[in-house]
Design a protein around this ligand. Structure first.
Ligand SMILES: NC(=O)c1ccc[n+]([C@@H]2O[C@H](COP(=O)([O-])OP(=O)(O)OC[C@H]3O[C@@H](n4cnc5c(N)ncnc54)[C@H](O)[C@@H]3O)[C@@H](O)[C@H]2O)c1
Length: 376
């Protein structure tokens, strides 16, 4: 039976999520909620469900809710995630929360602990790897076609320069928050790196102007140059930016994962996957020829998809599937714990930056104990 869903936060992203639930057979959207009445009313009208003006009110009116989908924002795009998430968990509801899981790592730890304590699913909308190229890359990795991962090279850029941003201050979201960009956006690239390469144990960061443009004409390039080491021993590099530079190779986001058996490269997030076979006995990728640029090209899959918006229904469907199928909590895709990892790395990067680029070991994640009745 379709899961009954209530959406909290009725602006841009709340509207996107509400529409995804409307269109998904696994969901039955029953309510929307926003503390700003007009916003709640407007979305409610669009999607044809009742509006509520507080989470408490929505929960009281709909005890049958299975899932609360938290699409609030706040300072650094995350300060309004904690309260509605905790309220929903307290009421025994599963929660899907937008990214970053919170703008405070201490709150994120509490959210993950509380969901675990209550035996509920807490998912996060780390939607960037719910794509065809990411699925194909992972399939190749699982088949051993990349082999032992040696390195991960990731670039992610968001528009936000003088022309696209127009110098309009972003109001409360960035005011007096020097780490706006880092806290609001690194969840995505860190989630990609961890998805493919596992936990990160060492972080070293150089951040140029980690915040946001304050007024028209400001030089606003938030460029984050972050060097990491994975628990596996592989190394990685992330260049994340929001601002005036235009990325060249690989488009607005690309990742290259190189291993002993081959290399996968994703370009433009949803668009393209290239596979470069490693040295083979038949000479398919003879390293000598490779070095001279004389091998055949990689195996390329173009999905024909360029719209990043395609990640929302796919990711939301995955959450609905996991909840419907009652997967062990430790197997939940893009879980709260996964999101906490990205925030631990973000806070490690900030700590490293503040200390002039020193090496920081992010705090270890809470252990997974598993569920004896479900785990095979
Ligand atoms: N995953 C992605 O690709 C992606 C893309 C863009 C934005 N986001 C995230 O989505 C979230 C929402 O973005 P947005 O631009 O729609 O935010 P927004 O700030 O424009 O809207 C949030 C809404 O939530 C309401 N709200 C806040 N606290 C509330 C509460 N306790 N109860 C009820 N309503 C409450 C606000 O009144 C507001 O209308 C942000 O966290 C952002 O980081 C994710």
């Amino acid at each position: 039976m379709a899961k009954k869903v209530g959406v909290v936060g009725a602006r841009g992203i709340g509207t996107t999520h509400a529409n995804c639930h409307k269109d998904d057979d696994l969901a039955d959207l029953v309510a929307v909620c926003d503390v700003v009445k007009e916003r709640a009313d407007e979305l409610a009208e669009k999607v044809g469900v009742p509006a509520y003006y507080s989470v408490k009110e929505m929960l009281a009116a709909h005890p049958e809710l299975d899932i609360v989908d938290v699409c609030t924002g706040g300072y650094e795009n995350g300060s309004w995630h904690f309260e509605p998430t905790m309220q929903a968990l307290e009421a025994g509801k599963h929660v899907l929360c937008e990214k970053p899981i919170s703008n405070q790592v201490t709150e994120a730890r509490q959210m993950v602990d509380f969901a675990e304590e209550r035996g509920l699913y807490l998912g996060c909308n780390l939607n960037h790897y719910f794509t065809e190229p990411a699925d194909q890359a992972m399939e190749r990795m699982n088949k051993g076609e990349v082999g032992e991962v040696l390195y991960c090279l990731h670039k992610m850029g968001f528009a936000g320069g003088e022309l696209s941003y127009g110098g309009t201050p972003n109001g409360h979201r960035d005011k007096n928050f020097p780490y706006f960009h880092v806290k609001a956006f690194l969840a995505h690239p860190f989630s990609i790196m961890r998805y493919f390469c596992g936990d990160i144990t060492h972080v070293q960061a150089f951040l140029s102007q980690p915040s946001f443009r304050k007024k028209a004409g400001d030089v606003m390039l938030s460029v984050n140059s972050i060097h990491v080491r994975f628990a596996s021993g592989a190394v990685g590099y992330l260049l994340s930016q929001r601002g005036d530079a235009t990325f060249g190779l690989g488009g607005w986001w690309s990742v290259e994962i190189g291993g002993t058996q081959g290399t996968v490269v994703i370009e433009n997030c949803v668009e393209k996957l290239s596979y470069y076979p490693g040295p083979q006995p038949d000479g398919a990728a003879n390293p000598e020829l490779l070095a001279m640029g004389e091998t055949d090209g990689p195996i390329v899959t173009n999905t024909g998809i360029t719209d990043f918006g395609a990640t929302f229904p796919t990711r939301i469907h995955a959450f609905l599937e996991d909840v419907t199928n009652e997967v062990p909590r430790s197997k939940l895709r893009s879980s709260g714990r996964d999101a906490l990892a990205t925030l631990e790395y973000t806070f490690a990067a900030i700590e490293s930056f503040e200390a002039g680029g020193t090496l920081v070991r992010p705090r270890a994640l809470p252990p997974i104990h598993g569920e004896p009745t479900l785990e095979g």
